[in-house]
Design a protein around this ligand. Structure first.
Ligand SMILES: Nc1ncnc2c1ncn2[C@@H]1O[C@H](COP(=O)(O)OP(=O)(O)OP(=O)(O)O)[C@@H](O)[C@H]1O
Ligand SMILES: [Mg+2]
Length: 247
């Protein structure tokens, strides 16, 4: 369980989050929506303790992480598999070494085991054939898949955190990444997808949170989101309103 209890966060004088409170269970399928710069990435960084709140508390599985040391945060971070917005792979390492990097970091295992594990992970995300390629040789969709494989290598997560996993991808690749996200959550591992692409979020999430001016303007299900009378959200989802057909 992730609990934000009146969390405030600023970058200098730029107040990004104001007294934000919510609880998310690790097996939920959540989309955090909002325009550019509204603080979506900031929330993910706070969850894994990459940045700390100025006020309020963040509690993960009953543990207050607000003042934990870097060392103590290690265990918290292992609960999550985070795929960053940039999906940054190491340019100078091939796909295999990019994925293996996290395996070497966290485990003492033989080269043979590493090779097997990397292949397994690449198979899961559907890019086993790219194992010897360099990042620059990958398409956008493959790049995103390798980033997901790498994050899977880092931990056996209780929850996935995806930051704009479909941005910059053509509709077919974006759709494939959505399928992968659902596939990876089939065993009950939840996720938070942070995105401004509402249509992609609607393919995967069950709970929707909409961020505006540092506050949660909406927190509810798909029906509630689609039929909201909040103006800001209406205009935000206008592009998908007519494409969406309730079941
Ligand atoms: N390292 C940083 N230093 C200073 N300001 C930052 C930093 N990172 C983000 N910000 C600012 O904090 C605010 C929230 O940023 P954040 O990255 O969380 O937004 P976002 O909702 O993820 O946006 P996007 O959709 O563009 O990714 C923005 O105004 C941004 O300019
Ligand atoms: Mg962002």
């Amino acid at each position: 369980m992730i609990v934000f209890d009146k969390v405030g966060f600023s970058y200098g004088t730029n107040q990004v989050l104001r007294d934000m409170s919510f609880s998310i269970d690790v097996n939920e399928k959540v989309a955090i929506l909002g325009g550019s710069g509204e603080g979506k990435t900031t929330i993910l960084k706070l969850i894994v303790g990459l940045i700390r709140p100025d006020s309020g508390k963040i509690i993960i599985d009953g543990e207050d992480i607000t003042n934990k040391t870097e060392y103590e945060l290690r265990d918290i971070r292992l609960k999550f598999s985070i795929v960053f917005q940039e999906g940054a792979l190491f340019d100078s390492l091939n796909v295999k070494e990019n994925v293996a990097f996290c395996l070497r970091e966290y485990n003492k295992i033989s080269e043979e085991e590493i090779d097997k594990k990397v292949r397994d992970l690449l198979r899961i995300v559907g890019v086993e054939e790219a194992i010897e390629l360099m990042p620059e040789e990958l398409s956008g969709g493959m790049h995103r898949r390798v980033s997901i494989a790498r994050s899977l290598a880092a931990s056996k997560p209780k929850m996935f955190l995806y930051d704009e996993p479909t941005s910059g991808l053509d509709p077919i690749n974006a759709d494939n990444i959505c399928r992968l996200i659902l596939e990876l959550s089939k065993n009950g591992t939840g996720f938070i997808i942070v995105t401004h692409k509402v249509f992609d979020a609607m393919k995967v999430a069950e709970r929707y949170m909409f961020l505006k001016d540092g506050m949660l303007l909406f927190d509810g299900d798909k029906e509630g989101l689609v039929h909201t009378n909040i103006n800001e959200i209406q205009s935000f989802i206008e592009e998908v309103r007519f494409k969406y057909e309730p079941k």
